[in-house]
Design a protein around this ligand. Structure first.
Ligand SMILES: Cc1cc2nc3c(=O)[nH]c(=O)nc-3n(C[C@H](O)[C@H](O)[C@H](O)COP(=O)(O)O)c2cc1C
Length: 179
């Protein structure tokens, strides 16, 4: 099973990226996680005559993946623009071919509520995009409680366990949806 991880934070030591990196390293047998590179993805603009190379690469990865894992930082009580931008780009493809019916796991690291508010906004966006988010387990992580090292690597065994459980649940969810 192929899973594409997309992270809404672009900074080098991103803790949200740390969650995805851990998922990639710990992926159980039969699961393969790739992480998208958003560093060169421009803001969506309908005036583009040709799609930028970074967008084409992302679309290729999205087309080949069985499921998505969205690491969702919380910016001002909502999802971060880099993540929304990817969804906006993808949503303009004919027949919503990159997103329609795709299973999704949502996780995030941030302030006190562990990005809960942003994650629930993202779930609302998923309705229109016809994405199918996994309900449980939720992964709501504090970025400021010693769960990560300075480089953004996930060091908390408790959170590592939560990410693993979500990954296994995503695999089951994907099996159920594509059976
Ligand atoms: C513009 C901006 C707005 C933010 N707003 C919130 C917020 O509403 N809630 C929250 O929990 N954290 C907020 N934060 C803090 C981020 O959650 C925190 O910086 C987090 O570490 C970002 O994820 P990252 O480590 O993956 O970059 C905000 C950060 C930025 C830069």
């Amino acid at each position: 099973m192929k899973i594409l991880g997309i992270c809404g934070s672009l900074r080098q030591a991103s803790t949200n990226m740390g969650l995805l990196r851990y998922a990639r390293e710990a992926a159980p047998e039969g699961g393969h996680i790739e992480i998208a590179d958003l560093s060169d993805v421009p803001f969506y603009n309908a005036d583009f005559v040709e799609k930028p190379v970074a967008v084409l690469r992302l679309f290729e990865q999205m087309a080949q993946t069985d499921a998505l894992m969205l690491a969702c930082p919380e910016y001002n009580y909502s999802l971060a623009p880099a993540l929304k931008n990817v969804l906006d780009w993808a949503s303009r493809e004919p027949d919503n071919r990159l997103l329609a019916g795709k299973p999704v796991a949502i996780l995030g690291s941030g302030g006190g509520l562990g990005t809960a508010r942003a994650q629930y906004h993202l779930r609302q966006v998923c309705v229109f995009l016809d994405l199918h988010p996994l309900n449980k387990p939720e992964v709501l992580v504090s970025a400021f409680a010693g769960n990560f090292d300075e480089a953004g690597n996930l060091t908390s065994e408790k959170v590592q366990q939560q990410v693993m459980e979500q990954l296994l649940a995503l695999q089951n969810w994907t099996d159920r949806l594509t059976r």
